[in-house]
Design a protein around this ligand. Structure first.
Ligand code: R5P
Length: 288
């Protein structure tokens, strides 16, 4: 087995290597002066079972290109099998056409990863599990729900209601609930009047007097979490926490969330962050 990392999330790759009691392979991933990606694999990987750890997190295009070039380099170095370990799959929210003449970019990315030479994909909490079907190679679709739920369980909260911040999150909440005892469930109805804008039109379920834990796959602008939290408080929830897999955190999101009614936001390390200020707390998926 050979584990190697691009530049997207070296801390996670190092934690994974430590768990596997291995060292990361010696690989240089840099850029030529014109911006093109340069990859040099300094170790012999002939015949090896190679795991390339590279979430395609922001800047998505750069990290995606690094992943593709690393796969190509590994294939041309005669790797025996190549697994693309992509804990965050960039473009996953563009998985269907909502209007005419739109691309399905998540499928395009699947084609690129396959054509580059990956034999297997390992990823975490895709927005839509149907993306697995965009691949003709095996896909291991893992979930952070157990790790996040265990962290919430450790808080020994009482009177908990797990909240889906939109209808699409209900399945995820169902899965989260299997790791928790005695939690109720509520669903927030979210509209997006404009891209990156979230408005709540209603809540199904009783949240009054409860500790609400919002469960989601991505926090990007923070709009979804903040709109849901405000609606939960308006409907009588006593406390609001959140558990989210991928901290995409667009510009200004961390500040907006810090000023929101959300006490604590548990996120994972699928995406590298320079810092993890309150109210965020990181839960590592390296063991997963
Ligand atoms: C959308 O359907 C996803 O599950 C997330 O709720 C959404 O991507 C979060 O984005 P934002 O933080 O920008 O509201």
């Amino acid at each position: 087995i050979v584990m190697m990392s691009g530049n997207a999330n070296r801390p996670l790759a190092e934690r994974m290597a430590a768990h596997a009691k291995r060292r990361l392979a010696d690989v240089t991933v840099s850029r030529f002066r014109d911006g093109e990606t340069q990859v040099i694999i300094n170790d012999d990987i002939r015949g090896a079972d190679v795991f390339i750890i590279q979430p395609t997190s922001p800047p998505v295009n750069q990290h995606l290109m690094e992943l593709l070039v690393m796969i190509d380099a590994a294939r041309r170095a005669s790797a025996g099998r190549i697994t693309a370990v992509v804990p965050y799959y960039g473009y996953m929210r563009q998985e269907k056409k909502t209007e005419g003449r739109e691309p399905i970019s998540a499928k395009l990315v699947a084609n690129l990863i396959t054509v580059a030479g990956a034999n297997r994909l390992l990823t975490v909490d895709l927005t839509n599990a149907a993306i697995e079907g965009f691949f003709d190679i095996p896909v291991d679709h893992l979930s952070a729900m157990r790790h996040l739920a265990e962290r919430i369980n450790a808080l020994r909260l009482e009177n908990v209601v797990l909240v889906a911040p939109d209808v699409g999150a209900v399945r995820r909440v169902e899965r989260f609930r299997t790791y928790m005892r005695d939690a109720d469930v509520a669903v927030v109805f979210k509209d997006r009047p404009r891209p990156d804008e979230a408005v709540v039109s209603g809540i199904v379920g009783n949240v009054a007097g409860k500790t609400a834990v919002i469960v989601d796959d991505i926090v990007s602008t923070g709009g979804t979490l903040i709109a849901a939290a405000e609606a939960l408080i308006a409907n009588g929830a006593e406390r609001v926490l959140a558990a989210v897999t991928h901290p995409v955190l667009a510009a200004g999101a961390a500040e907006r969330l810090a000023a929101s009614p959300i006490e604590k936001i548990f996120i994972t390390d699928t995406i590298a962050l320079d810092e993890c200020p309150a109210p965020f707390e990181q839960v590592s998926l390296a063991a997963l």
